[in-house]
Design a protein around this ligand. Structure first.
Ligand code: SF4
Length: 223
């Protein structure tokens, strides 16, 4: 079933209101205008949600994986969920795939601490790295939406088919999502390969590089 933007906004407001109360929440987001505000808001938000047990994954996780990066990032990278290494270390995209992602970011003159924020739709690891369940996404996605509200990225890149279809709420193949500028909550979104797929299939590196050159040109205002 396709979830409308209005439905997502309703869930998001219900959840943030339960966390902050209506007036305080509006005050916080409206005032997230500069780097200092965003850094503080993001740190406060991490602290407030890091003990979440709203879905069963909260009981099986080793770490709550909030995300890492620059609170003023113009580029936000979103995967589907933490894997085993991420769960162990509490940081998204670590291990071999993460190192490859770091190299790609360096090639577009960025890093996970410079103009980039990296996170996942789900903040806790699904057992055996299975795909996120719709019920888990429904409960966890408001956290991502709030992160986006604070960071206000210019562009979101979904890494992999699962992240893409989860964010777009459509059952699509990666090739159907790739190469298009989508919209996520009013922010442009591109879908590209998960770095782990590039490790498995070297032939995907060239098209992935084309995608990241496109990302760079969008961020530099050339397309
Ligand atoms: S996956 Fe999300 S909703 Fe589920 S327990 Fe973790 S933080 Fe909470």
């Amino acid at each position: 079933m396709e979830v409308t933007s209005n439905e997502l906004i309703r869930r998001y407001l219900e959840q943030t209101q339960s966390l902050y109360g209506k007036e305080l929440f509006i005050h916080k987001v409206v005032n997230a205008q500069n780097g200092e505000d965003r850094t503080q808001l993001l740190a406060e938000y991490k602290q407030e949600i890091s003990a979440c047990l709203k879905c069963p994954l909260g009981k099986t996780r080793k770490s709550f994986v909030f995300g890492v990066g620059d609170p003023n990032a113009r580029l936000m990278l979103v995967g589907e969920a933490p894997g085993a290494e991420e769960d162990r270390l509490g940081e998204p995209f670590v291990g071999r795939a993460g190192k490859l992602l770091d190299k790609i970011l360096a090639a577009i003159k960025r890093s996970r601490t410079k103009d980039v924020f990296i996170c996942n739709v789900l903040k806790c690891r699904p057992p055996n790295n299975r795909d996120p369940l719709p019920s888990e996404v429904e409960l966890c996605e408001p956290y991502l939406i709030h992160q986006i509200q604070i960071i206000k990225p210019h562009l979101i890149v979904a890494l992999g088919r699962i992240a893409g279809k989860t964010l777009l709420k459509q059952e699509l193949m990666l090739k159907e999502m790739r190469g298009k500028l989508h919209d996520y909550q009013g922010i442009p979104l591109i879908v590209t390969y998960h770095p782990a797929a590039l490790l498995r299939n070297q032939a995907l590196k060239y098209p992935a590089w084309e995608d990241f050159k496109w990302v760079q040109s969008i961020l530099e205002g050339k397309s």
